[in-house]
Each structure stands twice: as C-alpha cells, then as structure tokens.
Design a protein. Structure first.
Length: 133
C-alpha cells in the first residue's frame, strides 16, 4: 500500500513537470514557427533558405521525443526499463517504415513525416503505459 502511494506521488510530480515543459515548449515552438525564416537568415545562410521550414518541424519532433523522456523517468525509477526498450523498438520500426515509403515519394518532407510519426508513436506508447502502470 505504501509503495502504491509512493508511485502515485512520483507520477503526479512527473505529470506536473511534463505540463510545465509542454507550456514552455509551446511558447518556444510558436515563437520558432513565426520566426523560422528570420532566424534561418541570421544563424545560417540565404543559400539554405529552401530548407528553413525543416527547423520548426525538427523542433516539434524533438519536443515529442523529450516529452516522452520525462514520462519515462518512472520506468527508470521502478526498474521497468523493458518498457523503454519496447518503445524505442516500436518507434524505430515505425520511423524506418515511414522513411522507406515516404522519402522516395516526398524527399525531405517524407523524412520529417517519418521523424514526427516515430516520435509521436513513441510518446503515445510511453504515455499509455505510464497512465496504465
């Protein structure tokens, strides 16, 4: 009974951190969405302007990946690392499959879709197990 209360307390803290991380990230992502071209010109070169759209979508994918990391902490704490391995395998299979299908057709946007798809599948799986666990 005491172990269950401890786990619930840990999960509550993790959800709180995930919430604030999401709020902070959404602010940054919205800022990045509207300033991508400007930031690209400052930090990169006009030669790469065709690919500046990648900046926002890559950042969004990174957000999904790192949000999953926050929820994973409970599995590390409880020595349930098999869940993390399974999430990575599922994500990799999904990402590679999407890349094989989409890159020949869409090129770089296909790779971005693969990245976002793999990251979202991983996040959904981790959240599903987190709230079920």
């Amino acid at each position: 009974l005491k172990g269950i209360k401890k786990k619930k307390k840990k999960k509550k803290i993790i959800v709180k951190y995930a919430f604030f991380y999401t709020l902070f990230s959404l602010f940054l992502l919205i800022f990045l969405f509207f300033t991508t071209d400007y930031l690209g010109k400052i930090l990169l070169s006009k030669l790469y302007c065709e690919g500046f759209y990648i900046i926002f979508w890559s950042a969004l994918g990174y957000f999904f990946i790192t949000l999953a990391y926050i929820f994973e902490t409970i599995f590390y704490a409880e020595s349930k690392t098999k869940t993390i391995l399974i999430s990575n395998v599922i994500s990799a299979i999904f990402l590679i499959t999407l890349n094989f299908i989409l890159i020949p057709v869409l090129g770089l946007p296909g790779a971005l879709i693969g990245l976002l798809g793999g990251a979202l599948v991983r996040l959904f799986y981790i959240c599903f197990i987190f709230f079920k666990f």
